[in-house]
Ligand binder design. Structure first.
Ligand code: NDP
Length: 281
């Protein structure tokens, strides 16, 4: 079998165009504020891409860039101001934060109604209890891609490799919500390759370059590779050995051009949802 390539760039473009069309009909522009502390270079690129995509889709978007020496109290004061600002619908605190600031403190400070990253414990709890709320962007993007790939999820055996708060756990919750039978694998999982081979839907989010080999993938599986890893040679690769896996899978996402573009598109989708819930709800 040679896998169909799931084109995340195209799906993300379509999603952003749909959002732009909806925003064009609104009497207001949904407001997104990204708070960046310090000068982490990867965050810089990501934040610029967010700003560009948000502006192109018609959002009122801005980045607040605070110095690396910002204290936790200063950051919390900025977040409190954004929470109180009626023009702001979505707040995203870019991670990682400098060591003097606890990420949990920043995440907990964001108004859950404006938490477009979906990381606030209230939104995580809502997701875990099957209630509507703002969902983390990357797993939400994966669900869009699975639908795009025509995956039939009800009753399917799904495996999520990785159990982080931002990808693995919420991913498993979303798949469970779509009636998959979900296994969450991690660094303590025994017989990892055998567990993986049972999966009809396979989502890899480990952060280990090409760790998932072709013979870990079931014939006909749908493989979603969340990993973004830079090799010593400067090349971007996923968590899945692409060519090997593509020889067995029915469909697979590439890296780059798979899950990555969906994350920003879903951030914008969350911002529009937050705006509509706050202003019309
Ligand atoms: P984390 O490092 O927070 O979590 C990695 C998970 O993988 C952990 O649960 C860990 O297990 C598990 N793991 C690590 N090594 C192994 C191993 N050898 N065998 C089995 N499980 C293992 O990573 P994130 O979830 O934040 O990110 C994962 C990947 O996704 C990264 O490459 C990241 O760059 C990428 N990413 C991509 C995004 C996008 O927009 N496309 C957005 C966010 C992340 P344990 O819990 O036991 O330690």
């Amino acid at each position: 079998m040679t896998a169909r390539i799931i084109d995340g760039k195209l799906v993300a473009e379509r999603l952003r165009a749909g959002l732009a069309a909806r925003i064009a009909t609104l009497p207001f522009r949904p407001g997104l504020r990204v708070v960046r502390v310090g000068d982490d270079p990867a965050s810089g690129i990501y934040v610029r891409n967010k700003d560009r995509a948000a502006a192109a889709a018609g959002f009122d978007s801005a980045t607040l860039h605070l110095p690396a020496t910002t204290t936790e109290a200063e950051l919390l004061a900025v977040i409190a101001r954004l929470n109180a600002d009626p023009a702001v619908d979505g707040i995203l605190v870019q991670l990682p934060l400098p060591p003097q600031i606890r990420a949990e403190a920043a995440i907990d400070a964001v108004d859950p109604a404006k938490d477009v990253d979906g990381f606030h414990p209230l939104n995580a709890g809502r997701l875990a209890s099957g209630q509507p709320g703002l969902m983390p962007c990357t797993p939400k993007g994966v669900m869009h891609l699975l639908r795009e790939a025509g995956a039939s999820l009800r009753g399917a055996r799904a495996l999520v490799l990785g159990r982080s708060q931002i990808v693995g756990r919420p991913m498993a919750q979303l798949l469970l919500g779509a009636d998959c039978t979900v296994t969450i694998a991690h660094s303590r999982t025994r017989d990892l390759a055998a567990e993986c081979r049972r999966a009809e839907i396979f989502v890899a989010a480990v952060g280990r370059p090409e760790m998932v080999r072709g013979d870990w993938v079931a014939e006909g599986a749908i493989v979603i590779d969340v990993g973004i890893n830079r090799t010593a040679a400067g090349k971007l690769v996923g968590d899945v050995a692409f060519a090997e896996a593509a020889a067995r899978a029915a469909a697979i996402t590439p890296v780059p051009g798979g899950v990555g573009p969906m994350t920003i598109a879903c951030l914008l989708e969350n911002t529009l949802e937050a705006a509509l819930a706050r202003r019309q709800g």
